[in-house]
Structures are given as C-alpha cells and as structure tokens.
Design a protein around this ligand. Structure first.
Ligand code: UD1
Length: 396
C-alpha cells in the first residue's frame, strides 16, 4: 500500500472554475458574500456553487437562499440526513464525479460541518487545492464533531482564511505553513452588515406566537434562545436540566426559542414538551436569517450553543451567554459580548441575573469584522490564481 502523505499541490492542469461548497444552514451566510464578490466587480473569479443537501427543509435551506440572494446551486448532491459516517461518505461519493467532470482550479469550503470535510477530502485526494474559509478555529474539544472537521480540513487545505488572530497561532502549532494563512476577517459579518437594513422587525416575528408580542412591551425585554448541539440535546438528563434552567430563567426574562429540527425531535422523543409550556417561553419554527437578525438585534440577551450567534451578538452589541464549556471563537469572549457559561444551572442563572442587573458586557467589534472579508478573500485568490506556482500552494 502506498502510504505517501496526501499532497495538496496543484499538480493536475485544470482550467475550470472554483467549486464553492455549501451544505448546512451556517454555510449559507458564509458563502453569500463570497459568491457575490467572486462574480462581480473587476477581476471576477469563475465560481460554481455546489450544494450537498445536508440541510434541505424549506426553513433550514430555501429561506436562506431567497433572503441572502444566493444564486441557485449549479450542482445539487441531495445527500440528506444520516449518521455522520453515512452522510460524510454519501457526500464524498456524490462529489467525486462532480470534481472529475468539472476539473476545478480549486474547491472552496466554509466552516466546519460534515459537508466541509467531505468535499475537502475528495478534492485533496485528487490534487485539487482546497481553500478553507474560517480556518484555524479550535475549541480543543474533540467530542464535538465540528472540531474534528476543522482540524482535518485545515490539514489538507492550500489556502487558509482566518477570522481572528488566534486562529493563525492554532494553525502554526499544527504545522501549517504561515505563507498559506491569510487573516481576512469574518464573512459571516459581511452578511450581517449587508442585511442589517432588511432585518424583519421582532414585532412581526413575534406576532406569529399568540401572546408573545407583549414580550416587546415588558420592562425586562426578551431573551433569544437557540440550542442544537449534540452535547446539549442528546443526553436526556443534560437536556432536561437545561430546559428546566431556561424555564426558571424565563421567570426573570421571557424567552423566544426558535427550535432547530434536531432539538424539536429530542423534545418529542423525551417527552419534555411540558417544561416549555409556559406563557413566558415562545417556541417558534426555525427562523429565516432576516427574522433572526431582527430578533437578536432587539433582544436584551441571547442564550445559545451556536457558533455564529456568538459572533453576531458581538457585532450587534447584545450580551451572549454561551451554553457550552468552551468556544472556538475566543475573540467574542475576550473582546465581544460573549460569556462562556457551560451547562451548570446555578451558573447560568447567576449570569442571567447579572446581565439583567448590569446590562452585560458591552464589548467591541473585533479587527477586520467590517463587512469586507469576502473582498479580501477575492484579492488573495486572484493573486494566487495568477501565480499558481506560488509557494502558497505547496502543502505538507
Ligand atoms: C449541523 C452541523 C452543525 C451546525 C448545524 C446548524 C455537522 C456535524 N453539524 O448540525 O455544525 O451548527 O448543522 O444547523 O455538520 N434535519 C431536518 N431538516 C434539515 C436538516 C436536518 O429535519 O433540513 C434534522 C434531521 O433529523 C437530522 C438532524 O436534523 O438528522 C441533524 O441534522 P445534521 O445536518 O446531521 O446536523 P445538525 O444538528 O443540523
């Protein structure tokens, strides 16, 4: 068996476009500004959009394409839901013939979902350079499927675009060549800035749940909650305790809870609906991007286990309580409005009360989170395309 290290060197001549990959909800906000930048202005970059189909519900998928004006994907792999192994393998086996047919110059992947590692791995094994946007983030928690996806994707990427300075340190420690790392800012924030003026007012979103419109009128304001991480919703005891804690917190501040499909399924399977049945908690369907942006911007507080919301709350200046023991986005806690609290009930309630009493962290917007990250990515990619014998391409 040939045990040579996989090379990401661009050894095959290729005249195709850059294949840009999306699969799951958080990818859509990241790809929108990249596709827009690549396809417009001087020096456009030929880009083709591939959708793996990891997320497929109207609420998890179509709504984002419409609201973020992402062009219809050129290629759809329609993989759907499955175990991690089956989903990753399914994406790989469907993506391989696409790479063969398209002969792309590079494959660009974003974030840390199963679609990210699956497509990166197919490309790297075919000696097609991989471009990773949002590289170098580390929670140092290998129990998270996303952490495994991040570490592995970065190892086989030729160009690595980072959102915060610590990401470069993480990559250097893992042996990635500094020349391949580019600190460009945060494409998620490009989308936020682009869409802020179109955000749907919270009053309109809350109008869909009887009684919750008055959350806007109370003195306390309202809290937005999201929960979907396996570490929070898979273990019945952990999930029950978290929901009970949220219910207690709701006595101090009403809670608006757009429920992820995975979480809704767990609530039903475990028979936990009764904990959420209080007029102080409004359970909503998963929201579109513009509805969520309007809601979060108007909130007094956000409680979440999402990665993207930690960043978005920092930019809109709303305190964020992260219901995890770690974050891969430390700049949101060091400079922004984020507090990492974990799953302990007493701690969560103490921090909620502290935020309600003091107004919470004010924070500041991190360096280069200015809405222009995709333009910087385009510039680097264009330079790289012009000199693609550059040492930037040489990989491990
Ligand atoms: C995935 C990502 C996670 C990201 C999240 C955002 C991985 C490993 N995880 O987690 O990093 O934060 O997306 O949502 O890639 N489902 C639907 N409709 C859909 C999609 C999923 O009902 O359109 C349900 C299915 O029951 C599915 C479950 O949600 O089994 C989980 O979906 P999956 O894509 O495996 O992971 P997420 O929890 O969404």
């Amino acid at each position: 068996m040939d045990m040579k290290t996989v090379s990401t060197e661009n050894t095959l001549p290729s005249s195709g476009a850059i294949l840009c990959v999306v699969g799951a909800r958080p990818n859509f906000m990241k790809i929108a500004p990249i596709i827009r930048a690549f396809r417009s202005g001087p020096d456009p970059i030929p880009a083709r959009l591939v959708h793996t189909g990891q997320h497929y519900d109207v609420e998890m998928n179509d709504a984002f394409f419409t609201q973020l004006q992402i062009p219809k994907p050129d290629i759809e792999l329609e993989v759907g839901s499955a175990s991690h192994a089956l989903q990753t393998a399914g994406i790989m086996s469907r993506f391989e013939p696409v790479v063969d047919a398209e002969s792309p110059r590079a494959v660009l992947v974003v974030g840390d979902v199963n679609s990210t590692i699956a497509c990166a791995l197919v490309a790297a094994k075919k000696h097609i350079p991989v471009i990773h946007v949002e590289a170098g983030l580390r929670s140092f928690d290998r129990d998270m499927p996303e952490e495994i996806n991040r570490v592995l994707t970065d190892q086989i990427s030729s160009l690595l675009f980072t959102t915060e300075p610590v990401a470069r340190d993480n990559l250097l420690r893992e042996g990635i060549d500094d020349k391949r790392i580019h600190f460009v800012g945060n494409v998620m924030i490009d989308t936020l800035k682009h869409c802020l003026g179109q955000a749907v007012p919270a009053s309109r979103t809350l109008a869909e749940v009887p009684g919750s419109r008055r959350f806007l009128d109370g003195d306390s304001g309202f809290c937005v909650l999201t929960l979907h991480r396996p570490s929070n919703v898979d273990d019945p005891q952990v999930f029950r305790r978290l929901l009970e804690t949220i219910r207690t917190a709701s006595e101090s501040i009403p809670v608006v809870f757009p429920v992820h499909p995975r979480t809704r399924k767990r609530v039903q399977e475990l028979g936990l609906q009764n904990i959420l049945e209080t007029e102080r908690i409004a359970c909503l369907r998963p929201l579109g991007y513009l509805e969520m942006l309007g809601l979060v911007s108007a909130a007094r507080l956000v409680m979440t286990d999402s990665g993207g919301l930690q960043e978005e709350t920092t930019v809109v200046g709303v305190p964020c309580i992260t219901l995890r023991n770690n974050t891969e986005r430390p700049v949101t806690a060091d400079q922004g409005t984020n507090t990492i609290v974990g799953q302990d009930s007493a701690k969560i309630l103490a921090v909620v009360n502290e935020v309600l009493a003091s107004g919470g962290k004010r924070g500041r917007v991190p360096e280069l989170w200015d809405g222009r990250a995709a333009e910087r990515i385009k510039q680097v990619v264009n330079d790289w395309l012009r000199h693609n014998d550059s040492p930037l391409v040489a990989a491990g």
